[in-house]
Design a protein around this ligand. Structure first.
Ligand SMILES: [Mn+2]
Length: 455
């Protein structure tokens, strides 16, 4: 049976087979875990028997294995030159987990977690479970994109939202450690609270550039990798967890990882070799239909309404499309970037800016949130937003960006909240709307500083 033999192959890849923790596949008839450990890299690099002789591999030290026939092409590890890093990091993570057996950890994600973060955290949780480490996955903000909501719902992904206030009220002493995945603590508002409880950082796994000097027992930060899901898939390939095609949890997790990998690589268009290799490995386990369902997630009516408002309210000047969409619920804040994504597709528009007032009922706060999308190569969203809105009294910019996209958040301070009176709410919106348009149009249309009203 194909899958069985796959299991055995991966079992061969265990770096330090530990029967007590890694032998959890009860259906496995005879595991070779007691075999004297082979050179793992050698085994992993083992080419399949039917491979043409003389096929060049980017390294020279491999030796043919005696059981080469049982190894398929697909079992080779991604990016062979990175092997030593993968081996070293997998081994270190294994040792870290062993040192924390029977503990409870909390995995903290960025406030608005994406599929890469969610799927990677789930994988960590499943790996750690083998060592009787119980992990809770949490984030402070919300899953606002319908694709993320679909991902969590359809795969039963075990992540829960904990707003900062309830997080502070929670008994954090039950955790012996915390873990940061797909972030380094700079994009989560929960990190200060967990640190103030003196809870140690056990692991950071991320692919963003190094952002701070947090002391962590285990660190695997690889900015060259396009997705954290790739890193976690490599751990899986290395044998930290044997995926089992008969377990729906494993299928769903592989599907989530595939989604994470896809979404962080712009549907593999920006993927590099090791991301492709990770996707190839996941392709053996993931449920393509489930992934399709997640990707086809429909927009809610409220998101459609926001897009409709952005269409109605937009003004187009000098190839910029600018739209204020009024008030939105906190859970719908992702409708703003989605509306900007849509507006930028209009003929003759190269840049779209959409903004609205987002009301957070939990914190009784209001904040202006805006998104910029551009196709214009010479427009730097970061520069544009910083120049348009400037800084607050403490010198902090209201927003910034990266290639082709940017965002801003303007706190409303004293004017925040209490909109019982609709005339007042309308007035407040008009003030903000006018002010934002004014600032944007100064840059869009430096000569005439008029505000063209469309409403
Ligand atoms: Mn990521």
């Amino acid at each position: 049976m194909e899958q069985k033999s796959d299991h055995k192959q991966v079992e061969d890849l265990q770096l330090k087979p530990d029967p007590t923790v890694l032998n959890f596949d009860k259906n496995q008839d005879s595991l070779d875990i007691s075999l004297p450990s082979k050179n793992r890299l050698e085994t992993m690099a083992d080419p399949s028997g039917d491979k043409p002789k003389g096929h060049a591999l980017p390294y020279s030290s491999r030796t043919p294995s005696e059981n080469g026939n049982t190894f398929g092409e697909r079992d080779r590890v991604p990016n062979l030159r990175a092997n030593s890093v993968i081996a070293q990091k997998s081994e270190q993570l294994l040792q870290t987990l062993k040192a924390h057996k029977h503990e409870r950890q909390i995995i903290i994600l960025q406030d608005f977690p994406d599929p890469d973060a969610l799927s990677s955290a789930w994988t960590y949780q499943l790996i750690a479970e083998q060592y009787d480490i119980k992990c809770d996955i949490t984030y402070a903000g919300t899953l606002s994109h319908q694709e993320n909501i679909a991902l969590v719902k359809l795969t039963n992904l075990p992540a829960t939202r904990t707003p900062l206030q309830s997080f502070k009220n929670r008994d954090l002493s039950l955790y012996q450690g915390y873990v940061l995945i797909d972030n380094q603590g700079t994009t989560s508002s929960l990190v200060d609270a967990i640190q103030s409880h003196g809870i140690p950082l056990i692991a950071i796994v991320d692919h963003h550039n190094l952002q701070n000097d947090f002391k962590s027992e285990f660190v695997d930060i690889r900015p060259g990798v396009r997705a954290t899901a790739t890193i976690f898939t490599q751990y899986l390939q290395f044998g930290l967890l044997q995926l089992d095609s008969s377990m729906s949890e494993h299928i769903n997790c592989a599907t989530a990882l595939m989604h994470g990998l896809h979404s962080d690589t712009n549907r593999l268009m920006q993927a590099k070799e090791e991301d492709f290799m990770a996707a190839a490995y996941l392709s053996r386990f993931y449920d393509s239909q489930l992934l399709n369902t997640i990707l086809r997630a429909t927009r809610s009516k409220r998101v459609m309404d926001v897009i409709e408002r952005s269409l109605k309210n937009r003004i187009v000047q000098n190839n910029f499309s600018i739209a204020g969409v009024g008030y939105l619920r906190y859970d719908d804040r992702d409708a703003i970037p989605q509306a900007a994504d849509f507006l930028v597709t209009e003929d003759n528009v190269h840049t779209a800016v959409v903004y609205g007032i987002v009301h957070d009922q939990d914190e009784e706060l209001e904040v202006v949130i805006g998104s910029l999308r551009t196709n214009k190569l010479t427009l730097d969203p970061d520069e544009f937003i910083k120049e348009a809105f400037g800084q607050d009294s403490t010198g902090r910019f209201f927003g910034g960006g990266r290639t082709s996209a940017g965002g801003f958040e303007i706190p409303m301070g004293f004017l925040s909240g209490s909109n019982e009176d609709s005339a007042y709410a309308r007035m407040k919106w008009d003030v903000y709307d006018t002010q934002i348009k004014q600032k944007l149009l100064k840059l869009v249309n430096p000569k005439d500083n008029l505000i063209s009203s469309d409403e």
